[in-house]
Ligand binder design. Structure first.
Ligand code: GLA
Length: 707
C-alpha cells in the first residue's frame, strides 16, 4: 500500500491514502489550503496534476470560490458560510491565510500550520489517516501567539469537507425528539445553506451530528457515498452549502451559533475531530458496515467483549425501589438467564419522585438501611453483575447539595433558573464540581462493587451562564462542561478498569463517536414499543455499531405508546441489539417467564452474530403492513442470523422470500432448529422463506450455519 501521507513539494500537494480511498489538498501560491479530491485512489502524480476544487471569480458579486477551501474562513471577498470566523481586538474580522510549515508527528498524521500575516493567530489543520478503515480524521487548532489583547473566536469548525461535483445531491441524516430518536430521513439536498444543529448543550435528541451524502443514485447495495460524523457530545453545528452551480461543502464543528471562545495570549483552542468516510461502492449498507468497523477498531473501549443480557428496574419499580423489591426482581431475572442487573433511579437521597434528591448520592435510609452493599452482594451471589443508575450532572433544587451550593448550577444572575423535570444542570466546567462528582462516583463504585453505571442526563441546558468565572469568560462552559464529562468518564474507567458504562440522556439524547469512545452501550430511547423501536434502531445503526445498542423488552400496554405487542415480537425486536429486559417480572405469568427464558437462550445462541457480525439491512422498516428484516453475518461468513418482523399484514399476504446477502454461493447452510439445509446460491437468488405464522405481530429469528 502507498504511504498513508505523501507530499509533492513542487506543487505543495498532500495526498492522504487509505485502503480504498484518497484525499488530496494543496496549499496554493497565496498560502490558502485548497481541496483537490476525496474519492477513489489516486497516485501522488495524479493528485498533483489536478486543479484545486472550486470555481474562479467570475463577477464582482460572487466573490472567491464558495466551496473548495479546506477550512472556509471569514475574510476578503468570501460570501459562503465561514468555518472559521474571528474578531481581533481592533474590530478586524477578516482572516488571511499565510502558510507556516508543517509537521508530521507520525506516519498517519500531518499538521499544516498557517499564521495571520498581521495578527498573532496561528491556525493548524490536523489530518489523521486511518488506512485500514478509510476514515480521514480532521480537526483545527487555534493558538494565540501574541502577548496582548484577547482574540474572539466567533466560530471554529473542525473542518470544511468538499464533496466532488455531481449533477445532483441527496442528504441522509437522522432527526428526532424524546422517545422518537434517530429517525432516518433521506431527501434531496436543497440549494442554499442547510443547517443541522443542536443548541441543547448535549448532542441532542433532535438531530444526530452526522451526514451522509450521495448523488441521488445510491441504494442500500450500490453506489458511492460520502459521510461525516462529529465526535462531540455538546452543542454542534453542521452547515451544508449547495451553490447554484452545484458545488457542495460541509462545515462541521462544536458549538452552536451563539457560542464563542475568547483566546487569551498564549492559549490554544482545539476543536473535536470530525471523521470523514467515503465508500466507493456498495451504497448505504457498505457505508454503515464501514462505520461499524471503524468504531469497533478505533473507538469502542472493549470491542471484543460481548454485552451481557441486562435487566433494568425502571419500568417495574419506578422511584419506589427497596432492597426487597430489587432482590425479588433480581432473583426472577437470574432465572431467565439475565447476566447484569441494573437498579435504576430512586435509590438515593429523598428521591421518591422526580421533585427531590438529585445531587444527594447516599442511599435512601428507609429503602436501603445498610447501604447498597447487601443488594450488590445478592446480585453477585445470583451470578449477575451489578449496575446502578446515576445522573451526576443534575441537581433538584430540593436537595441538600443545592441548598449548600446554589451557585454550582448553570445560571445568569438576573434570570429565572428554568427547571426542566424539576432539575437544574450542574456546571461541570467548574473544577470543584467535577472534583465533587469524581469523588462520590469513585467511592460509590469502589465501596459497592459496582460493575456497571447507567450515566443519565435528563434535561437540556438553559440560562447557561457562569457569572463568577474567574476570567469573565463564562461561555467556555459550553466546551468545558463537555470536556469535564468526557474526562470524568475517562478517569473513572481508569480508576476502575472492570467498570462498564451505559450512556443515556433521557434515552438517546447524547450519543456520538465521543460518547462511544467512553461507554460500552447506549440506552437509545425511552420508547420501548417494539414497532417504533425498529425505526429508531434502523436510524441508530446507520452509523453506530449494533453491540452498543441497548434494547429492552418491557410490559404492555407500552408506557410510551399504549400499544400491546406480543412478547415474542417484543423479544425479537430487542434481540436484534444488546438484549435487556425492563418489565415488571413479578407480574409476568409463569408461561411468559418460561417463554422469556427460552428467548433469552435463543438470543445467547446468536448474539455473537448480532454483536460482532456484519449488519445487512434487508428490508427497512416501512408501514406496519410490510416486512422489516435484518441479517447479521459472522466475520468469517460461517454463520448467519436473520430477523424478520411483520406487524399487521393485509389480506393474509405473506412476504416474498428474503434474499440474503454476503453468503458463499457454493456453500450449504443448515438451520440448527429445524435441520433444514439451504444452498447458498438459492438463498442469494430466490431467498429464504421466513415461514412467519399467519397472524398479526409475526416475527422470527433464523440461525444458519455453513456446513
Ligand atoms: C431517563 C432514562 C430512563 C430512566 C429515567 C429515570 O428518562 O432514559 O431510562 O432511567 O430517566 O428517571
Amino acid at each position: 500500500m502507498a504511504a498513508a501521507i505523501a507530499h509533492d513539494r513542487d506543487t505543495d500537494t498532500w495526498l492522504l491514502s487509505t485502503r480504498s480511498t484518497s484525499y488530496a489538498l494543496r496549499v496554493d501560491d497565496r498560502g490558502v489550503p485548497r481541496h483537490i479530491h476525496w474519492g477513489g485512489p489516486l497516485t501522488l502524480d495524479a493528485a498533483a496534476s489536478l486543479p484545486a476544487a472550486g470555481s474562479a471569480v467570475h463577477s464582482s458579486f460572487e466573490g472567491l470560490t464558495a466551496v473548495g477551501e479546506e477550512l472556509t474562513v471569514d475574510g476578503a471577498n468570501r460570501y459562503g458560510p465561514p468555518a472559521l470566523r474571528v474578531r481581533f481586538a481592533d474590530g478586524t474580522r477578516a482572516l488571511t491565510w499565510r502558510a507556516d510549515g508543517h509537521e508530521q508527528p507520525d506516519r498517519v498524521t500531518v499538521l499544516l500550520h498557517f499564521r495571520d500575516p498581521h495578527y498573532p493567530l496561528r491556525t493548524t489543520l490536523g489530518y489523521r489517516v486511518h488506512p485500514d478503515t478509510d476514515v480521514i480524521e480532521r480537526w483545527t487548532e487555534l493558538a494565540h501567539t501574541g502577548d496582548a489583547d484577547d482574540i474572539l473566536v466567533l466560530r471554529a469548525d473542525s473542518a470544511t469537507l468538499s464533496i466532488p461535483l455531481r449533477d445532483d445531491y441527496r442528504l441522509s441524516h437522522a432527526v428526532g425528539r424524546w422517545a422518537a430518536e434517530t429517525q432516518l430521513k433521506r431527501e434531496a439536498l436543497p440549494f442554499g445553506e442547510t443547517v443541522l444543529t443542536s443548541r441543547t448543550g448535549t448532542t441532542s435528541h433532535l438531530a444526530q451530528p452526522w451526514v451522509v451524502l450521495d448523488a441521488g443514485d445510491a441504494t442500500e447495495q450500490h453506489g458511492q457515498v460520502w459521510s461525516a460524523a462529529l465526535a462531540w457530545s455538546g452543542s454542534w453545528q453542521m452547515t451544508l452549502q449547495r451553490t447554484s452551480d452545484n458545488q457542495l461543502s460541509v462545515n462541521a464543528g462544536a458549538g452552536h451559533d451563539a457560542v464563542t471562545v475568547t483566546l487569551r495570549p498564549g492559549e490554544t483552542h482545539a476543536t473535536p475531530p470530525v471523521l470523514a468516510l467515503y465508500t466507493p461502492d456498495g451504497g448505504f449498507g457498505t457505508l454503515s458496515r464501514a462505520w461499524h468497523a471503524h468504531l469497533r477498531a478505533t473507538t469502542l473501549p472493549h470491542p471484543e467483549e460481548t454485552r451481557p443480557v441486562l435487566y433494568n428496574s425502571w419500568e417495574a419499580t419506578g422511584f419506589d425501589v427497596t432492597l426487597e423489591n430489587q432482590k425479588r426482581l433480581a432473583s426472577l431475572a437470574a432465572t431467565l438467564g439475565v447476566e447484569l442487573f441494573v437498579m435504576d433511579d430512586g435509590w438515593f437521597g429523598a428521591r421518591r419522585h422526580d421533585h427531590a434528591g438529585l445531587g444527594d448520592w447516599t442511599p435512601h435510609p428507609g429503602a436501603f438501611p445498610d447501604g447498597l452493599k447487601p443488594l450488590a452482594d445478592e446480585v453477585h451471589r445470583l451470578g449477575m453483575a451489578f449496575g446502578l443508575w446515576v445522573e451526576p450532572e443534575m441537581v433538584n433544587p430540593d436537595s441538600d447539595l443545592y441548598r449548600a451550593h446554589p451557585d454550582w448550577v448553570l445560571h445568569f444572575p438576573h434570570r429565572h433558573r428554568t427547571e426542566l423535570r424539576n432539575q437544574l444542570v450542574l456546571n461541570f466546567a467548574r473544577p470543584e464540581v467535577a472534583a465533587w462528582a469524581f469523588d462520590w462516583l469513585d467511592r460509590l463504585v469502589g465501596e459497592n462493587d459496582v460493575d456497571h453505571l447507567k450515566w443519565d442526563m435528563n434535561r437540556s441546558f438553559s440560562e447557561a451562564g457562569w457569572p463568577d468565572e474567574p476570567s469573565g469568560r463564562g461561555d467556555r462552559l459550553w466546551f468545558d462542561h463537555v470536556r469535564a464529562y468526557h474526562s470524568l468518564l475517562d478517569r473513572l474507567r481508569a480508576a476502575h478498569p472492570h467498570l462498564r458504562v451505559e450512556a443515556c440522556s433521557g434515552g438517546g439524547g447524547r450519543v456520538d463517536p465521543a460518547v462511544l469512545a467512553r461507554t460500552d452501550q447506549v440506552w437509545i430511547s425511552d420508547n420501548t414499543d417494539a414497532a417504533d423501536r425498529l425505526v429508531i434502531q434502523h436510524g441508530y445503526t446507520q452509523l453506530y455499531p449494533v453491540r452498543t445498542m441497548a434494547a429492552w423488552v418491557t410490559d404492555v400496554p407500552n408506557q410510551q405508546t399504549g400499544r400491546s405487542i406480543p412478547l415474542r415480537f417484543r423479544f425479537h425486536g430487542a434481540m436484534s441489539g444488546a438484549l435487556g429486559i425492563g418489565g415488571d417480572l413479578t407480574r409476568w405469568r409463569p408461561e411468559e417467564l418460561k417463554e422469556a427464558e427460552q428467548l433469552v437462550a435463543e438470543y445467547k445462541a446468536v448474539r455473537h452474530l448480532v454483536q460482532h457480525g456484519e449488519l445487512y439491512r434487508l428490508r427497512p422498516p416501512g408501514d406496519l403492513q410490510s416486512l422489516t428484516a435484518v441479517q447479521y453475518l459472522a466475520p468469517d461468513g460461517a454463520e448467519v442470523a436473520v430477523f424478520g418482523w411483520l406487524p399487521q399484514p393485509r389480506f393474509g399476504l405473506r412476504p416474498a422470500p428474503l434474499r440474503l446477502a454476503g453468503l458463499a454461493r457454493d456453500a450449504h447452510y443448515r438451520e440448527p432448529r429445524t435441520g433444514r439445509v439451504h444452498h447458498g446460491a438459492a438463498l442469494l437468488e430466490r431467498g429464504l422463506d421466513l415461514q412467519l405464522p399467519p397472524q398479526d405481530w409475526a416475527s422470527t429469528v433464523v440461525h444458519l450455519i455453513r456446513t
